[in-house]
Design a protein around this ligand. Structure first.
Ligand code: ADP
Length: 499
């Protein structure tokens, strides 16, 4: 693809990456105490985009101290809720003015097509507007207690304090925003550590936070690595709550660290989501749905529909048509307008996915399409083709472990009760899908699957108002909707003797 046909880089994004980036602590952009920096890499071509200050324990200490002071002494938790809402709304407006820049920074940093990164960046606007609405609607209750005498009892919902927020690389700007909007709306202060692979859009959000008028120290953004900056945040005794999106293994480690001062914990972890295609489904839309469920974001989605269960009557045709369908996807650089499938985020991630393909085949799965993208055009980036593994059994490694790439495991089923059992036979419980035109089947399956989200004749839908999270080892707690407000506030019961 010649460069003339590429979408040209937004000039503000070009300017943003033309200088080295720093940490955002107490309203200032600062170098790391150690002076260390790391490179952020474009996965479409392996080139360095810019360098970023590498936060470590000392930087986390500074950021937590700023957030602590902003919570304990600053105006943010004490501000009139309508004033807080106004700042959140101003921030949403600024994001709206800068959507293209934010989207382009994400496409540079993690490779996905501009259309997709634009949708993710736009979701930030709606998320902040939604939670700005919540700021003025946090109420307690008056409680009719039965004690003798005249006792008045009421509850208050209060902010928790300093929130340590750790975000992943697979939807950088939108997941970082999920770590900001809800906790800020109710008056918490934040230290956010974005993923080391994709720090750029979060650092641009930091500039918009400054511009929107958040008091200093309310939001601090400290890029750095997991075992250093991330671990320092989860262990810090002045942090009151941790919210983490990432792998289940790291989630368990975080829970152990959080035990030190009994931090409140919200975890959004891995998945191995079943997607059940019944013979009575609308065939064409089920094909599109099955492809979208696994190929959206190149399969780098915690709720990707990675275990595809197809009813026996249509299995052979469906699998062969799905393979044809996926041939319509075009792998390439996210700035090429014809690209519908970007690279994986890093060389490490690509190698991890290819390693799973080997393991799958060693265990007896058959790779009917896909694998490493070897064309010379894609040679510099981290590309994997849409991949379908057949002859998979649910107890194989590829059907049990999260691959986090464009790889679907196809399995056949004959009986709905049986497929529900197999679909539930995983340590995960994040997403699930069913395609059917039979309403009874749809509800039966939706109720029987032990997952936090079920999509019927659709997939991948999310909205700021609807709770999102996992059953079993896919997580703890919920983000979005009123559920998120619950996790970022605590209830105080106040007793007054009126005698
Ligand atoms: P992945 O393996 O897909 O990169 P991770 O769960 O390792 O996913 O990373 C998600 C986020 O968690 C990133 O911001 C990463 O830096 C952070 N992280 C990784 N390890 C730790 C850790 N031990 N403590 C805290 N954060 C961590």
């Amino acid at each position: 693809m010649s460069t003339q046909t590429m979408i040209s880089l937004n000039p503000k994004a070009a300017k943003f990456i033309s200088s080295p980036k720093n940490l955002f602590i107490n309203g200032q952009f600062v170098e790391a105490v150690s002076g260390k920096r790391f490179e952020t890499i474009n996965p479409a071509n392996g080139q360095v985009i810019t360098t970023v200050a590498e936060g470590d324990k000392e930087d986390i200490n500074r950021a937590v101290a700023a957030a602590r002071k902003a919570f304990d002494e600053g105006p943010w938790p004490r501000m009139k809720p309508a004033e807080r809402a106004k700042i959140l709304l101003k921030f949403a407006d600024l994001v709206e003015e800068n959507v293209e820049e934010l989207a382009h920074l994400d496409t540079l940093d993690y490779g996905q097509p501009v259309g997709l990164t634009t949708a993710f960046a736009s979701s930030v606007i709606e998320l902040f507007r939604y939670y700005a609405g919540w700021a003025t609607k946090i109420t307690g209750q008056t409680i009719p207690v039965s004690l003798p005498g005249e006792i008045f009892n009421y509850t208050r919902r209060e902010a928790i304090g300093v929130c340590g927020q750790i975000s992943p690389w697979n939807a950088p700007v939108s997941v970082a925003a999920m770590k900001l909007a809800a906790p800020l709306s109710v008056g918490n202060t934040i230290v956010l550590k974005p993923a080391e692979q994709t720090p750029l859009s979060a650092l641009r959000l930091a500039e918009l936070i400054q511009e929107a008028g958040f008091p200093d120290g309310v939001v601090n953004i400290v890029p750095g690595f997991g075992p250093t900056a991330g671990a320092a945040l989860t262990q810090h005794p002045d942090v009151d709550k941790i919210t983490f999106t990432g792998s289940t293994a790291v989630g368990k480690e975080i829970m152990r660290s959080a035990a030190g001062n009994l931090k409140k914990v919200t975890l959004e972890l891995g998945g191995k989501s079943p997607h059940i295609i019944c013979a009575d489904a609308d065939y064409e839309s089920a094909l599109a749905n099955a492809a979208n469920a696994i190929l959206f974001n190149s399969g780098q989605v915690c709720f990707a529909g990675s275990r595809l269960f197809v009813e026996k009557k249509i299995y052979d045709n469906f699998v062969s048509d799905l393979i044809d369908y996926t041939k319509n996807y075009k792998l390439g650089n996210g700035f090429d307008p014809s690209t519908t499938l970007g690279p994986l985020v890093s060389e490490k991630q690509k190698n991890r996915v290819l390693n799973y393909l080997n393991i799958g085949q060693q265990e007896g799965a058959e790779m009917l399409t896909g694998g490493n993208a070897t064309s010379s055009e894609l040679a510099d980036g981290y590309y994997v083709k849409p991949t379908l593994l057949a002859n998979v059994r649910n107890n194989m490694t590829v059907a049990q472990e999260e691959i986090f790439g464009p790889v679907v495991c196809a399995m056949m089923f004959d009986d709905l009760d049986e497929v529900i059992k197999v679909a539930n036979a995983t340590e995960y419980g994040l997403g699930a899908g069913i395609c059917t035109t039979d309403l009874r089947k749809a509800h039966k399956v939706a109720h029987a699957l032990r997952t936090g989200n079920v999509w019927v004749n659709t997939y991948n839908l999310m909205d700021p108002a609807s709770p999102f999270g996992g059953y079993k080892q896919s997580g703890l707690g919920r983000e979005n909707g009123s559920a998120s407000i619950d996790t970022y506030t605590q209830i105080k019961s106040v007793w007054i003797d009126l005698n």
